[in-house]
Design a protein around this ligand. Structure first.
Ligand SMILES: [Zn+2]
Length: 64
């Protein structure tokens, strides 16, 4: 499985996403950010392209 956590992405939050593929993790991270990190989402996340959002998540993904 592949994991990514908010902490890995520099956010003080205990959330950890787990999925089979990086693509799923990107999607999960987006949904999480949208509902739990509204300020960050409105300022930064919503302005990111799919490619940028994907890169942000993928560079922090680890095997778990
Ligand atoms: Zn979070």
């Amino acid at each position: 499985m592949k994991c990514v956590s908010c902490k890995d992405m520099g956010v003080d939050c205990p959330w950890v996403g787990k999925a089979r593929s990086e693509e799923e993790l990107v999607e999960m991270s987006r949904k999480h950010a949208m509902s739990h990190h509204k300020d960050w989402w409105e300022e930064t996340g919503s302005k990111m392209s799919d490619k940028e959002a994907g890169e942000l998540v993928k560079e922090n993904v680890r095997e778990c």
